[in-house]
Design a protein around this ligand. Sequence first.
Ligand SMILES: NC(=O)c1ccc[n+]([C@@H]2O[C@H](COP(=O)([O-])OP(=O)(O)OC[C@H]3O[C@@H](n4cnc5c(N)ncnc54)[C@H](OP(=O)(O)O)[C@@H]3O)[C@@H](O)[C@H]2O)c1
Length: 174
Amino acid sequence: MLGKSELVIMAATSLDGFLAKDDNVDWLNALDMPEGAFDYQAFVSTIDVVVMGRKSYEVTKGFGELYPTKKVVVLSRSLPTVPEEHIKVINIESVKDLQDALGPDKQRVWIQGGGDVFGQLLEADVVDDIMIFIQPVAIGRGQSMFSGLKGELYLELTEHVLHTNGSMMLRYKG
Ligand SMILES: NC(=O)c1ccc[n+]([C@@H]2O[C@H](COP(=O)([O-])OP(=O)(O)OC[C@H]3O[C@@H](n4cnc5c(N)ncnc54)[C@H](OP(=O)(O)O)[C@@H]3O)[C@@H](O)[C@H]2O)c1
């Protein structure tokens, strides 16, 4: 929790733990997702705020998926602002900066990524729920899911689901 807000991570990784390769997720889009494996739209409908790092913002923008009906927070030290009016750009030195940006209301916040941001917020111990969809493809190199971690992260598994295409959902308590 951060203030009254619930923070959730939901991400897909390769079998070797990468979120992206050369800053793209073509390998993910090439996979056949089994019917009913995960209702992405239903998940997004539960979200009030999307938080992402500047690199994820640039990739997401390329897909045209900047969640115009939601509050979006982009973390950056290099971008002063972005053109989209519903997006706030912030620099976080401590989680208090993120809490200030979220405000006092009770909200469900999707930490969209990437690994730099995941690592920092997990290390700060403010994430409530972590859902990782491990895909049956190894990509050899790329952006690690936990690149922002300085130390080790020990997690408690709360759920696991094996899908017919060989992908696995692992869910952990933050
Ligand atoms: N497979 C998935 O589910 C999934 C999910 C999310 C992302 N991705 C992919 O992951 C890749 C990006 O991940 P990434 O780990 O390389 O980068 P990222 O976390 O998206 O962005 C890193 C950037 O965020 C900014 N930042 C990080 N911490 C900050 C802080 N405390 N205060 C202010 N700014 C901060 C910095 O931007 P500045 O350099 O501007 O200062 C930093 O360079 C993309 O290719 C994306 O498509 C995949």
